[in-house]
Design a protein around this ligand. Structure first.
Ligand SMILES: [Zn+2]
Length: 275
């Protein structure tokens, strides 16, 4: 329930401030408009979707049943070239399989979610009032003395993307609010792993670079605390729709692809149906 609420918030946030979709983007190509110039190095959140999932192929509940996927919501456009006509299911709680006009796509749900979160957080930077959720009870947390300066340096950025956090003297900080899209995770865990990542890392000097850094790390850290997610049909649809509303839907902020396309023509060749 919380998750669907989050998806709703995500979709609202993206709609709120929706730029026209770049119709020039092609999968596998970095769009020109955006510049995560140097790819931000990937962090240690690869635990997502590993291990315990085993060899499960989860068919979306009630899928293949025409009623459960009303034609009104399809196609879902991702860029101008990909039209998703049906969602088929999830593999290993990690990849979404969806039928497209030209074949099918495999979507890395972690990378896709990261992209969606990143763009929402970047929009928060531009907004005077980032979508924020107040905590019912404020939380105090303590950092290692050597981390205090780093955290203080980034407090303003973190507050601009929707956190409400401040230095409380010595090694202590207090957090009173979180970006709405992070309402389902522990803010202290996110902030602590943020500062760990930032420690000793290179500081980007341009404002845009620093903003992108903060947004990418926070988007990524959410997954290190969330691990792999079984998604139901509605959640998969929400994620793909949100991805389609992104300015650069084809890569996560670190530059990894969010989806891989498979054309029916290639599959036919592999089965020897045509030369
Ligand atoms: Zn990434």
């Amino acid at each position: 329930m919380i998750k669907s609420l989050v998806e709703k918030t995500v979709s609202q946030a993206l709609n709120q401030n929706q730029d026209p979709l770049p119709r020039s983007g092609v999968a596998g190509e970095m769009p020109l408009g955006e510049s995560p110039s140097q790819p931000i190095s990937h962090t240690s959140d690869l635990s997502f979707g590993n291990s315990e999932s085993g060899a499960s192929f989860k068919v979306a509940e009630g899928s293949n049943d025409e009623d459960s996927q009303p034609s009104a919501v399809f196609p879902i456009f991702i860029g101008k070239e990909i039209q998703i006509t049906k969602i088929l299911g999830q593999i290993h709680r990690t990849y979404i399989v969806a039928e497209t006009e030209e074949g099918f796509v495999l979507v890395d749900q972690h990378a896709a979610h990261e992209r969606v979160m990143f763009e929402i957080l970047m929009k928060n930077f531009q907004s005077q009032t980032p979508a924020r959720q107040k905590l019912l009870i404020e939380e105090t947390f303590y950092l290692h003395p050597r981390q205090v300066e780093t955290m203080r340096k980034y407090l303003e950025f973190l507050n601009q993307i929707g956190f409400e956090t401040e230095w409380f003297g010595e090694r202590s900080f207090v957090v009173r609010g979180v970006p709405s899209i992070l309402a389902d995770v522990n803010p202290v865990t996110i902030l602590k792993s943020f500062v760990e990542e930032k420690e000793g890392g290179k500081v980007r000097t341009s404002l845009k670079g620093a903003e992108e850094d903060v947004a990418a790390i926070v988007a990524c850290k959410r997954h290190s605390v969330k691990a792999s997610d079984p998604l139901n049909l509605e959640e998969m649809r929400g994620l793909l729709k949100s991805l389609g509303q992104c300015q650069n839907p084809f890569h996560c902020p670190h530059g990894r692809p969010t989806l891989i396309r498979h054309a029916t023509g290639d599959i036919e060749k592999q089965f020897g149906r045509r030369g």
